[in-house]
Design a protein around this ligand. Structure first.
Ligand code: AMP
Length: 272
């Protein structure tokens, strides 16, 4: 496995390749959710590149940039065991410049995560655009866990004619249902028990839908009941354009939850 620290090295590595290239962008502290994306890429492409970069521009002023978990050695081991071909591990100075044009996310970014994390998606697009330009990936792999991020990146790729196919991947959960996240390490034992209310409420919503209940307000009320005790940022039911909908349409809808457990902000969702 090749470790690439500079953009120059990444460009040279990319230029040496023929055949399909799969790319998995991450911020590290890799878990089985990341690994599922990596495995898919390795399976579907001749070469796989993983990036590990804690992107400062997607963190708000009061967010956890300084304490975001770093596990470089373990991450490299995971990538190597998964047969990743190259890991791109740049410093901030490799990626950002004093004078550079900025990209602004479409109005898909005005609500939900974008409303609660001002500027977050502009930072995400800024780094993803650079990484897609550097890797010229045939396929890039994103988790459905960050559903709004996936659609905002897809909007950029489609409208800026970026020649990469995006692959949304299923959410990987712990046995108890908690969606895996690098931020789960912040949860105390007590927080973790409270955090389970989030995935449990999504399972309740699924059961209601299976029984034939499609009314969004009713489903949201049931979810809110189960989330009692958590500081809920939003519960929303949206279509694949992220417009809120009054009634669930099967295969076209996503139920979104964002809530704080203690000081940790968690997001989860289910695509129905
Ligand atoms: P991050 O390192 O948090 O920026 O995540 C890198 C990629 O992994 C993103 O596309 C995430 O959506 C994806 N990801 C994070 N957690 C999970 C999970 N539990 N299941 C599937 N994909 C995930």
């Amino acid at each position: 496995m090749t470790i690439l620290k500079t953009t120059k090295e990444l460009i040279a590595f990319r230029n040496s390749l023929s055949g399909s290239v799969g790319f998995v962008p991450t911020m590290g502290a890799l878990h089985d959710g990341h690994l599922s994306l990596i495995k898919k890429s390795v399976q579907e492409n001749e070469t796989t590149i993983v990036s590990i970069f804690i992107n400062p521009t997607q963190f708000g002023e009061n967010e956890d940039l300084d304490k975001y978990p770093k596990k470089e050695e373990a991450d490299l081991k995971i990538c190597s065991l998964a047969r990743v071909d190259a890991v791109f591990l740049p410093d901030v100075s490799q990626i950002y410049f004093e004078n550079e044009p900025l990209i602004i996310a479409s109005n898909l970014a005005d609500k939900f995560e974008g409303e609660h994390r001002k500027g977050h998606f502009n930072g995400v697009l800024r780094v993803v655009l650079k990484l897609l330009n550097l890797t010229r990936a045939t396929n890039a792999y994103f988790g459905k866990k960050d559903a709004q991020q996936y659609f905002i990146v897809k909007n950029m790729v489609d409208t800026l004619f970026i020649n990469t196919c995006l692959n949304p991947c299923e959410i990987v959960r712990d046995k108890d249902g908690l969606a895996l996240s690098s931020r789960n390490v912040y949860l105390s034992d007590d927080d973790r028990i409270k955090a389970l209310k989030i995935s449990k409420s999504l399972r309740t919503a699924t059961k209601l839908i299976i029984k034939g209940e499609l009314n969004s307000n009713l489903i949201k009320d049931e979810i809110m009941k189960e989330l009692s005790g958590l500081e809920v940022d939003y519960v929303a039911i949206v279509d694949r354009e992220f417009n809120e909908i009054k009634s669930i349409q099967i295969s076209q809808s996503i139920i979104l939850i964002a809530a704080k457990v203690g000081t940790t902000r968690l997001i989860d969702n289910i695509w129905v």
